[in-house]
Write a protein that binds this ligand. Sequence first.
Ligand code: ADP
Length: 343
Amino acid sequence: MSEISYKLNHIQHYYGDKKVLDIDGLQICRGSITGLTGPNGSGKSTLLKIMAFALKPTHGQVWLNGRKEFVLSPRVRSKVTLLTQKPYLLKRSVFDNIAYGLKIRKDMGDIENRVKDALKSVGLAHGDFARRQWHELSGGEAQRVAMAARLVLQPEVLLLDEPVASVDTKSAEQIRKASLAARKNWGCTLIIASHDLPWLYECSDTRISIFQGQIFSTGTENIIPPPYDLSQKNHPVKWLGQNEKSEHIHLAPGKKNNKFAIIQKEKIHIRLEKEKANGWENQITGQITSMVMEKNAELIMTTIQAKDFFIDISLSPDQAENLKLLPGKKIILMFSSRDIEWR
Ligand code: ADP
């Protein structure tokens, strides 16, 4: 059994009277890399701030290493670090930015070499970068310096909020390598929020997806997002377009307000053409947007877009080859309304 790093119990967070997080329970294993996905405004940053003990949740507790912890607890300050979406650099040199955290901790031994190693881990040469000023960096380089400033502290937990949202491909690759190296070199636990799904799938072992403040998927299920309507026959449906001819998904009966439609990955089948009367009432046209080999698995994580929502499924390499599946290809998603749950 892996050791548990985080345990979240009944976390709710409100900004004013607006509830933005409602998480019954969540556990994160030590040394794991967890990808956090979800649309804008779904609560990812709020969750990361709560896990960084930078924000006190309105209700609920966060446990780290088996202890209930709090904002400003001295125990967590040196263990957990968050790289926020817009990294903040001090108006100083790259060297000073990276050394700053060590100096604050009065951890002064061999600073020169530790800064050098941290720069190297994000693919920046000490000779070129250490003496540069904060304003002499591209967006991607600034993000890598901010990452190096966290890595030099060798934190037990590193929380990354959209680390590659506005960086070049090379920087994204270096940030990925540095994340994996942190886990390998000192067993760092990482939680990474990102919209870049192919990048995230290459970094992470597990994924959680968050929607309107609730956690739905732990890598095995998909949410069919609201709004939901009723058909003329009073069955719940999800329209995939604006007009009469648009496709729609037949959902399971039993819809209740404030519940979401969920379908497990393995209940979704792929075909190249629609089929007559095959028992699956949903035959939905989609387009493959990405295919990525899952880490530690012999499966291909395939993301398919059907109008305004994305569905993830896992395919074997044989399936992908037999159907000649590639990103950009149009396919048909088949599933039964009976396999949809309301949660
Ligand atoms: P994400 O990171 O997934 O985009 P956030 O956690 O930033 O989501 O935001 C979740 C919701 O909380 C959004 O509706 C956002 O507008 C709101 N929100 C975030 N920060 C604040 C704040 N400081 N005050 C009020 N509302 C906020």
